[in-house]
Design a protein. Structure first.
Length: 265
């Protein structure tokens, strides 16, 4: 397909004889939001770990922009243009929001530690690079409305704000594709609504393709272009959000008919 931007084909991985992901395949078109849903332990985060290079699949292939990336190291995956957030926040709590976001620029930094020592020398290469990176981070701070958190230690920020800082750090890599693992976990309803707007802005304004894992079905159904439902590491159904949420096997295996129909109403 000409519009295939990213694809997973017959992905399998097992741990101690237990098949965690068993023959999962899907394709993602450029600029879309593709969501993976399923109950706890279904294998969703394991799929993300394979894509981002934390796990090496037992078999199958992962192709990004026509290039096989299966089994590459995480830093190589990041250099290709794939960034992610984590289900559990992975920030440096004793660093400020600005410092955490600047760390997200590491794949774009060309001056090393020793070169950085020349930062205060006006016109130096390190100084020019520092200014460019800070300008990029400032745009992310504005996009996610993090101005008030800029100079605060991340560990002292509310949980919902920490989740936004982690999203911002992923954006600092300037990804072509962003993996969001439970981005709304721990957020209140107002924060979730804001997050929906920001994710749509990331899609529409930045042109970033988004792969999403999320338990909040209202969010999934509101923003997804396509949805894949899995259970016990195996695909149940893939399709448009309305199709998936009404599929009898999804109702049976995942959400419970009452809840999913309630969200669809």
């Amino acid at each position: 397909m000409s519009d295939v931007f990213f694809s997973v084909d017959k992905l399998c991985i097992s741990f101690g004889g237990l098949m965690a992901v068993d023959g999962v395949s899907f394709t993602v078109a450029k600029g879309t939001i593709f969501s993976i849903i399923g109950p706890n332990g279904a294998g969703k985060t394991t799929i993300f770990n394979c894509i981002s290079g934390l796990y090496k699949p037992s078999s199958g292939s992962i192709v990004f922009q026509g290039e096989e990336i299966t089994g590459l190291k995480p830093h190589k995956i990041a250099q290709k243009g794939i960034a992610r957030t984590f289900q559990n926040i992975e920030l440096f709590s004793r660093m400020t929001t600005m410092e955490n976001l600047m760390l997200g620029r590491h794949v774009h930094m060309k001056t090393g530690v020793l070169s950085g020592a020349t930062f205060f020398r006006r016109g130096s290469r390190a100084a020019r690079e520092e200014i460019l990176h800070r300008e990029r981070v400032e745009k992310i701070i504005d996009l996610l409305d993090l101005q008030s958190a800029r100079n605060h230690f991340v560990g002292n920020l509310p949980y919902g704000t920490q989740k936004l800082v982690e999203l911002g750090r992923a954006l600092a890599l300037e990804p072509k594709m962003l993996l969001l693992d439970e981005p709304s976990a721990g957020m209140n309803s107002e924060e979730k609504q804001d997050l929906i707007f920001w994710i749509k802005d990331i899609q529409d304004e930045l042109g970033v393709t988004i792969l999403l894992i999320e338990h909040d079905m209202k969010m999934v159904m509101d923003i997804s272009d396509r949805v894949l439902a899995i259970n016990f590491g195996r695909p149940i159904v893939e399709g448009m959000p309305d199709e998936v949420q009404r599929h009898p096997d999804v109702l049976k295996a995942y959400l419970g008919e009452e809840e999913i129909i309630g969200n669809a109403a």
